[in-house]
Design a protein around this ligand. Structure first.
Ligand SMILES: [Zn+2]
Length: 470
């Protein structure tokens, strides 16, 4: 049995893709897009070594673009086999991939106008809505915690990963001749105790090999309770200042977390009720998908909803879909809170709100997600006094608050707690989905605690999973 890493390896976080080859079957676990690197375009293809014609099945851990973003390329190359995923992952993947096709078309329209003026040939998008539609027609829903025959001699179990609605770790049992081998893919793991989703479930059966994510393998996040207290405090002061509270947010996951937290603050009278705008059609759609899957909520949210639906505490929430509706927010006086994308302020409606409000001292900007280098969000976090939005110079008089504790990823302690269930079976451990710092920090802990030397595979590396010495 062999596993080839076509992404999320060699110190990279994005592009997750594992090609599993057994004596009888070929499958892919995730096929994500590379993001945020200069040469991402060169990587965002089907690797030459991957024979799509031989693939029996594709399995998805969760819907994030860095785990699903290359999937439509498979149908382009003739793939017609099944794509196994939990029902919520199928719903969110459909939303995210259609959005990705739309964003690619918009970005390329701009680029191609420039190329045309320069006398250059236009660049084609990776895929369009038609390929996304064809791919989604191949989706096969799987339940959590039950064996699914996914390919000849291969059974899969999907276990709650607590990272995103529908997210799963995947355990594969592979029959090869007389031997049975077990390989576990953690997928992205969520932090313990975070609201909305149940915590990640660890794998109690023994395993021969484990692929473990290591995004935050070198440290822990600030405790969630502290972040929550700070969030409430900042909101209370912002309401007193009577300004607009702008929250740049990812449409899937973070936006729903913000809405749930606001609803709970309002219900418990920990904050006075104020107008809230969800200014993102995609976040509105994602929220609808969350509401369609109450079976995935954790006990706390289930109990809160059982008392009275949380929506009842959000009567001050307005969902703005059209651009005209969005513009009406300009005339709404503070205090009010605006949730809008993009999460890193590099595109989307949040730019309009920032242009309208950053120069006002009563405005508050709440940064609740990661801001990568080179984005407007990062400039604000780093205290820029002036920024440029749509080519216009804007002075920053607003107060910017950065809250680092809202991560959807497990920190070091939670990663080790998840691995602890598997450690007794002494599996080979491969650390993926992490920058060098995260991988090395986690590898040191695994060595110290369990005496297991974790391996740090490179991009494109082929791992032979036959037991050593055979
Ligand atoms: Zn993820």
């Amino acid at each position: 049995m062999k596993v080839t890493l076509h992404g999320g390896a060699g110190g990279q976080v994005t592009g997750s893709a594992y090609h599993v080859q057994t004596g009888r079957a070929n499958l892919l676990v995730d096929f994500g897009m590379f993001q945020g690197m200069a040469n991402a375009h060169d990587h965002n293809r089907v690797p030459a070594e991957l024979d799509v014609g031989k693939l029996d099945a594709v399995l998805l851990t969760h819907a994030h673009l860095d785990h699903t973003g290359r999937l439509p390329l498979l149908v382009h190359e003739g793939y017609t086999g099944p794509v196994f995923a939990t029902p919520a992952t199928i719903d969110i993947t459909n939303l995210i991939l259609h959005d990705s096709a739309k964003v690619q078309a918009q970005d390329l329209a701009r680029l191609n106008r420039r190329r045309e003026r320069a006398g250059e040939d236009p660049v084609a998008p990776l895929y369009g809505p038609a390929e996304v539609g064809q791919l989604m027609a191949l989706a096969q829903p799987v339940p959590y915690d039950r064996p699914v025959d996914v390919a000849p001699g291969v059974r899969a179990w999907f276990l709650e990963a607590g990272h995103l609605l529908g997210s799963a770790s995947i355990r594969l049992e592979v029959d090869e001749g007389e031997r049975r081998r077990t390989v576990v893919f953690s997928g992205d793991l969520g932090p313990k105790g975070a609201p909305i989703l149940r915590d990640a479930e660890c794998v109690r059966e023994p395993a021969d090999a484990v692929f473990l994510e290591s995004t935050y393998g070198d440290h822990d996040h600030r405790p969630f309770a502290d972040t929550l207290a700070e969030f409430r405090e900042v909101l209370a002061k912002a309401v007193e200042a009577k300004g607009k509270i702008l929250v740049p947010t990812f449409a899937v996951g973070r936006a729903q977390l913000m809405l749930v937290l606001l609803a709970v603050f309002f219900r418990r009278r920990e904050l006075p009720r104020f107008p809230v705008f969800l200014d993102s059609p995609m976040a509105a759609e994602a929220s609808r998908i969350y509401l369609d899957h109450p079976e995935l909520f954790d006990e706390e949210l289930t109990a809160l909803n059982g008392e009275r639906p949380l929506r009842a505490d959000l009567e001050t929430l307005t969902i703005t879909t059209t651009a005209d509706e969005s513009r009406t927010i300009n005339d709404v006086p503070g205090p009010c809170l605006v949730l809008a994308g993009a999460g890193m302020c590099n595109a989307g409606r949040i730019l309009h709100h920032l242009r309208q409000n950053l120069w006002k001292p009563e405005t508050r900007v709440l940064i609740v997600g990661y801001q990568s280098e080179g984005t407007l969000g990062r400039q604000l976090v780093e205290g820029a006094k002036h920024v440029s939005i749509f080519g216009e110079k804007i002075v920053v008089r607003a107060r910017v608050h950065t809250m680092g504790g809202f991560s959807a990823h497990a920190g070091q302690t939670d990663l080790l707690a998840w691995f602890d269930c598997l450690a007794a079976s002494r599996p080979r451990v491969f650390l993926t989905h992490g920058e060098p710092r995260g991988r090395e920090g986690l590898a040191r802990q695994i060595q110290e605690r369990y005496g297991i030397k974790a391996e740090l595979p490179a991009l494109g590396e082929v791992l032979d999973l036959h037991p050593r010495g055979q």
